[in-house]
Design a protein around this ligand. Structure first.
Ligand code: 5AD
Ligand code: SF4
Length: 455
C-alpha cells in the first residue's frame, strides 16, 4: 500500500476537492497518511485568494523538498503535487521556483491526476495541467466514497463570472458552471445513506446556481434546495458562498418555507462605501445590500448573518472606511471574516496607482475586527438561556462530552452527549465562551419530550 498525504488550504471547495482527489487515488493503491514523512505522494491543495496563503505554500514546499531528499536517500521516492488555485495561477512558475515539485494541477483538471502520476513514474520530468478542459471534471471524478462524519460538503457550482476587481477566482476557477440537479441529488442521497445528516452545498457563487433540472429547464438554488429537502435522513441543509446580486426572491422565500434549511447566511458585502463597491465592480450598492438582509430577516427573523470585508482597497479614504463601519453597525453580524486588501497579480485593482499603506490597512482592520468581535459576542450572548436544536458531530475533549452545532453554526459543547453523535437534540445554552457555547441536554433540566424536536 502506498501512502498519500493531502494538505488543504483555503475554502471549503478545496476541502471537498481534496476528498475527491483521495477517492480518485485510492484505486491506484494510495491510502491516506497523516504525515508527509511517511508519504509516497504529497498533494498541497492550495489557495491563492490572499498573499500569505501562497507564501505558506512555498514555505511548506521548502520543508517537503528536504523530506523528499531524505526519503530518496533511503530509497523511498516521493511525488509532490501542487493543486488548487496557486497551481492554476502560477503554472510553470511553481516548478521554476521549487524544482522539487513534480506535478502542478489546476482545480479543473484533478481527474487527470492518475495519468499525470503515470507520466512522472515513466520518468518524463514534470507534469503540468492548468487548462480549463472542455470536459467536465465531475464526470470524470469518482463518486463520493467516504463520509468523514455527520456533516458533509457537496460542490454544486464552481467558478465565477463576476470579476470583482480584487479577486483571482474568475481566473483560477474559470467561468460559472452548475452541476445537474439529478447528479447532485444522487450524491446527496449517497451521503445521507452513509451517515451525513447535514449537507452544505458549495459554490464560489452558489446562489448563481443554474443547473439542469430533471425537466430539462435551468433550476435555481431554491428549487434545488426544495428537492434535496425531501431526502429521508437529511436533517439540515446549508449553502455557501452567496453573492448579493443573486439573492433572488425564491431563495429568500426558501428560508421561510424549508424547515431543514438552516437560518444562517454568509453574504459577503466587502465594503460599505458605494464608491468602493463600484470600484470593486460588485454590482450592488450599500443600500441594495441592506435591503436584501432586511427582506431575509422578514422571511426568517432569527437568521444569523455572516459576511466578508476588505479594508484598504486602493483609493479607500477614511470616509469610505467609516461607511463600512457604519454598515456593520446597521446590519449586525453574527460572525464575519475581514481582510486587508492584498493585490493579486493580473487583477485590475492591483494595477491601480493609489494603493493604501500597510500600516493604514492594519489600523483599519483592527478597529473593524474589534467591532465584528463585539457583534459576534452580542449574538452569542443572546443565545444564553435559550433552547437550541444541536446536531452532534464528534466527541469532545472531556469524557462523555460531545460537540455539535447550533442552527447558527456555533459549536456547542454538551456533557453526556457522546452517544448522540449524528442526532439532533434540544440543548439549553448555559454559558457563552469566546468561540463556542456550552449547554445541557434540555431533557436533563426539564421533562421536555425529545420527539417534539425531531425534524
Ligand atoms: N485581498 C483581500 N481579500 C480578498 N478576498 C478576495 N480577494 C481578496 C484580496 N485580493 C476576500 C473577499 C472574499 C473572501 C473569500 O476573500 O472578502 O469574499
Ligand atoms: Fe471573487 Fe467577486 Fe467572484 Fe466572489 S463574486 S469569487 S469575490 S470575483
Amino acid at each position: 500500500m502506498k501512502k498519500l498525504y493531502i494538505k488543504t488550504y483555503g475554502c471549503q471547495m478545496n476541502v471537498y476537492d481534496s476528498a475527491r482527489m483521495a477517492d480518485l487515488l485510492a484505486p491506484l493503491g494510495y491510502a491516506p497518511s497523516e504525515k508527509a514523512e511517511d508519504a509516497d505522494m504529497v498533494v498541497l491543495n492550495t489557495c491563492h485568494i490572499r498573499e500569505k496563503a501562497a507564501e505558506k505554500v512555498y514555505s511548506e514546499l521548502g520543508r517537503l523538498r528536504k523530506i523528499k531528499s531524505e526519503r530518496k536517500a533511503k530509497g523511498h521516492p516521493m511525488v509532490i503535487a501542487v493543486a488548487g488555485c496557486v497551481a492554476q495561477a502560477e503554472g510553470a512558475e511553481m516548478i521554476a521556483r521549487q524544482p522539487a515539485v513534480d506535478i502542478v494541477v489546476g482545480p479543473q483538471s484533478y481527474h487527470r491526476l492518475p495519468e499525470m502520476i503515470a507520466r512522472i513514474a515513466r520518468g518524463s520530468g514534470h507534469a503540468l495541467e492548468t487548462d480549463f478542459p472542455a470536459e467536465d471534471k465531475f464526470d470524470h471524478l469518482p463518486e463520493e466514497q467516504r463520509v468523514e462524519g455527520v456533516t458533509a460538503f457537496l460542490t454544486v457550482q464552481e467558478g465565477c463570472d463576476k470579476f470583482c476587481t480584487f479577486c483571482v477566482v474568475p481566473y483560477t476557477r474559470g467561468a460559472e458552471f452548475s452541476r445537474p440537479v439529478i447528479e447532485i441529488e444522487r450524491e446527496a442521497r449517497r451521503l445521507t445513506l452513509s451517515g451525513a445528516r447535514e449537507i452544505t452545498l458549495l459554490g464560489q457563487n452558489v446562489n448563481a446556481y443554474r443547473g439542469e433540472g430533471p425537466d430539462g429547464t435551468r433550476w435555481t438554488l431554491a428549487q434545488l434546495i426544495h428537492r434535496l429537502a425531501r431526502i429521508d435522513g437529511m436533517k439540515r441543509l446549508r449553502y455557501t458562498t452567496s453573492h448579493p446580486r443573486d439573492m433572488n426572491d425564491d431563495l429568500i422565500a426558501a428560508h421561510q418555507e424549508v424547515e431543514t434549511l438552516m437560518p444562517y447566511l454568509h453574504l459577503p458585502v466587502q465594503s460599505g462605501s458605494d464608491r468602493i463597491l463600484k470600484a470593486m465592480n460588485r454590482g450592488h450598492s450599500r443600500d441594495d445590500y441592506l435591503k436584501i438582509i432586511e427582506r431575509i430577516r422578514v422571511a426568517r427573523p432569527d437568521i444569523a448573518l455572516s459576511s466578508d470585508f476588505i479594508v484598504g482597497f486602493p483609493g479607500e479614504t477614511d470616509t469610505d472606511y467609516e461607511a463600512t463601519l457604519e454598515l456593520v453597525r446597521e446590519a449586525k453580524f453574527a460572525q464575519a471574516f475581514s481582510f486587508k486588501y492584498s493585490p493579486r497579480p493580473g487583477t485590475p485593482a492591483a494595477a491601480v496607482a493609489r494603493q493604501i499603506p500597510d500600516d493604514v490597512k492594519s489600523a483599519r482592520l483592527t478597529i473593524l475586527q474589534t467591532l465584528l468581535a463585539e457583534q459576534q459576542r452580542d449574538f452569542n450572548d443572546g443565545c444564553r438561556g435559550k433552547v437550541l436544536p444541536v446536531l452532534f458531530e464528534r466527541p469532545g475533549r472531556k469524557d462523555g462530552q460531545a460537540v455539535g452545532r447550533s442552527p447558527y453554526l456555533q459549536p456547542v459543547h454538551v456533557a453526556g452527549a457522546e452517544k448522540l453523535i449524528g442526532e439532533i437534540r434540544e440543548v439549553r445554552i448555559a454559558s457563552v465562551l469566546p468561540n463556542s457555547l456550552k449547554g445541557v441536554l434540555a431533557t436533563d433540566v426539564s421533562a421536555a419530550p425529545i420527539m417534539a424536536i425531531a425534524h
